[in-house]
Design a protein around this ligand. Structure first.
Ligand SMILES: *[C@@H]1O[C@H](CO)[C@@H](O)[C@H](O)[C@H]1NC(C)=O
Ligand SMILES: *[C@@H]1O[C@H](CO)[C@@H](O)[C@H](O)[C@H]1NC(C)=O
Ligand SMILES: *[C@@H]1O[C@H](CO)[C@@H](O)[C@H](O)[C@H]1NC(C)=O
Ligand SMILES: *[C@@H]1O[C@H](CO)[C@@H](O)[C@H](O)[C@H]1NC(C)=O
Length: 610
């Protein structure tokens, strides 16, 4: 609220008093006031008025005499009718928000009222239960309208009539309607249209995409099976295409000359067909739809996707599709791709495809790829040849696969040797049993996740080579004992997650590292070596300790941490056991101050046992 609340409530009907008492504000908000009508006596100089979230049902023809008003928010009311003439005296109005009202009633009157707003640049009519005809009437005579929102209405069929009087529109959002058809000529005349959001409708196929002017097209959450552009030789402005959550079997057939940078294809069915079949079926589909029997120059080598060579794509999300192998023939065209997401597919082996008789000729290369997400597939191997095809890879996510790590590039496993650009590697939950010596040699990782590889054993020297680069390491949830854990002196390590293991002695070597965060939850620690803790507490900001069974009478480590003001967020969950093993669990937080406390508790136990 911009004005004084009490004042607004008590003197809202006394316009003279109100304008005397309050300094003139260009903006005023009357949200959540239970208003049933537009308040009287509003300052005529007002430029912005927020009446949203009230219970106004009717705007009559006298209520708005605000000649300077530019922005009016009437969203979240119960408007059923706006009288003809209600907007006569707000002729300057540029932005009108009518979202979430009941403007499917009295369309004639309300549309005549809206008809007088010739300067409107933004109009929000979302959530009003409008059908095709009502929407058409409300959009009459809106020649300079730029932004339109019709989300959450009941539109079913878009025709050229709908936008015929709002030809300047730049951004249209019609999410969450019931649209099944878009007639040719509906969007084509809107030469300034840049953003078109048709997500959450019932569109089935895009047989001929013709909108050269559109930069962002959102078709997410429809039922689209294919997306075809008939090649006409003209350039398209398209930069972002969202086709996620549809039923695509084929990659979209995008125009040959485009500016496409972001392609969202997650949660479709691409990859159900083998790559060869996919390409030939897509080719014949294209010919069928465009009635071209001859392969023209738009379609070289019988491969509609050879167009992709010209596409400046940097981001492609193919997560949650059905790939069993990498679609090399199509992806190999994408030389500017930086981020590729193939998580949640059924990939098993990525062999690099050029591995014939040991003769190495990579047919796939991603010269720009930096982020590769392969989480949650069935990968066991990833050949060296393949990794060589990623000369700029920085982040590789292999979480939830069955990758076998090896040193030998010829064995059917994955070797992480000498990947000079790799900074972040996620191997969580891969069932890795042994981490051999020198596994990551020559690969200057900053972040390594080895969590949830139950019973993994680190050979001596397993993390060799990471001493001066590694900053973040997780070995959480590995059931590791102290002896299975062979760590070198990691001089750059800032975050270490050792939670959910069976470590009973804090390894002294970790005091080599300038750790700021250490997670020791759920282990078998009874105490912690004081000199190790002393050194750690120099850098440590946060330490987690709950879920261990500390000894109540050996808590000097806690004093040391307390002295250095290390934050232990879970201290109130931490418990200790009394010295003779009696199961007295005490909240350690009340104990650490004095040793006397400890003695007291032991006595208490003995007394209570007698
Ligand atoms: C497309 O619309 C959906 C649904 O509203 C939204 O979640 C998604 O972020 C949008 N995509 C883009 C690229 O803006
Ligand atoms: C890849 O997609 C998954 C699932 O949609 C998502 O959780 C993950 O954050 C994405 N990865 C990247 C690098 O965007
Ligand atoms: C350590 O890893 C566990 C399991 O992945 C996670 O729940 C926990 O939040 C991590 N600790 C920190 C401090 O991030
Ligand atoms: C604590 O650690 C230091 C150095 O790591 C070692 O010399 C000392 O023996 C340890 N103390 C105990 C009680 O284990």
């Amino acid at each position: 609220c911009y004005c004084c609340t009490a004042l607004c409530l008590t003197v809202s009907h006394s316009s003279t008093l109100f304008s005397h008492l309050s300094r003139f504000k260009e903006t005023t908000s009357w949200r959540f006031r239970n208003l049933t009508s537009v308040p009287e006596g509003l300052d005529v100089r007002l430029r912005e008025l927020d009446l949203s979230n009230n219970v106004i049902r009717h705007i009559n023809s006298q209520s708005l005499a605000l000649p300077s008003l530019l922005r009016l928010d009437l969203s979240y009311n119960q408007l059923e009718i706006i009288s003809e003439g209600a907007f006569r005296d707000v002729a300057q109005l540029q932005e009108l928000n009518l979202a979430r009202n009941a403007l499917s009633h009295n369309v004639d009157s309300t549309s005549r009222a809206l008809g007088s707003l010739h300067r409107l640049r933004r109009l929000d009519l979302s959530l009003n239960g409008l059908d095709d005809d009502a929407a058409g009437l409300y959009l009459r005579d809106k020649s300079i309208l730029e932004r339109l929102d019709l989300t959450g209405n009941g539109l079913t069929r878009l025709t050229p009539k709908l936008f015929a009087e709002s030809l300047s529109v730049r951004s249209i959002r019609i999410e969450n309607n019931l649209i099944t058809a878009i007639e040719e000529g509906t969007f084509e005349p809107l030469k300034k249209l840049k953003i078109l959001n048709l997500a959450r409708n019932n569109l089935v196929n895009i047989c001929d995409f013709k909108l050269h002017q559109v930069k962002l097209l959102n078709l997410s959450r429809n039922s689209i099976e294919f997306f075809v552009t008939r090649e006409d030789g003209h350039p398209y402005e398209l930069e972002i295409l969202d086709l996620s959550f549809n039923n695509l079997l084929y990659f979209p057939m995008v125009p040959k000359t485009n500016r496409l940078r972001y392609l969202h294809l997650q949660s479709n069915m691409v990859g159900t067909l083998e790559t060869d079949t996919l390409i030939s079926e897509a080719d014949s589909l294209y010919r069928e739809l465009t009635s071209e029997d001859e392969v023209n120059d738009a379609v070289d080598n019988n491969n509609i996707y050879s167009n992709w060579k010209l596409m400046p794509l940097v981001y492609m999300d193919l997560s949650s599709n059905h790939f069993r192998s990498l679609p090399v023939e199509t992806l190999s065209h994408l030389t500017s791709l930086v981020t590729l997401n193939l998580s949640k597919n059924c990939l098993q082996d990525i062999s690099g495809n050029g591995h014939v008789g040991g003769y190495h000729q990579p047919s796939l290369t991603f010269p720009s790829l930096r982020y590769f997400d392969l989480q949650n597939n069935g990968l066991r191997q990833l050949s060296t040849f393949f990794l060589e095809a990623l000369p700029n890879i920085e982040t590789l996510n292999l979480k939830e696969n069955s990758v076998r790590v090896s040193l030998n590039s010829m064995s059917p496993c994955v070797s992480f040797w000498n990947i000079k650009t790799l900074r972040s590697l996620d191997l969580q939950d891969n069932g890795i049993k042994t981490l051999h010596q020198n596994t990551f040699k020559g690969t200057p990782l900053i972040s390594l996740n080895l969590a949830s590889n139950v019973d993994i054993i680190f050979d001596i020297g397993a993390l060799e080579g990471l001493q001066s680069s590694l900053q973040s390491l997780s070995i959480s949830g590995n059931s590791m004992t102290t002896s299975a854990l062979s760590l070198p002196c990691l001089k750059a390590l800032r975050r270490l997650n050792m939670s959910n293991n069976s470590v009973d002695v804090l390894p002294g070597i970790i005091s080599c590292s300038p750790l700021t965060e250490l997670d020791l939850r759920n282990n078998g620690l009874t105490s912690m070596n004081e000199s190790v803790v002393d050194r750690l507490s120099l850098y440590l900001d946060v330490l987690y300790v709950s879920g261990n069974s500390f000894n109540c009478c050996d808590t000097n480590w806690l004093k040391a941490l307390n002295k250095e003001k290390v934050n232990i967020p879970d201290l109130h969950h931490a418990v200790c056991l009394s010295v003779n093993g009696t199961l007295l669990t005490v909240h350690i937080s009340i104990l650490y101050t004095t040793y006397l406390m400890c003695i007291y508790y032991i006595l208490l136990v003995h007394v209570s046992m007698l």
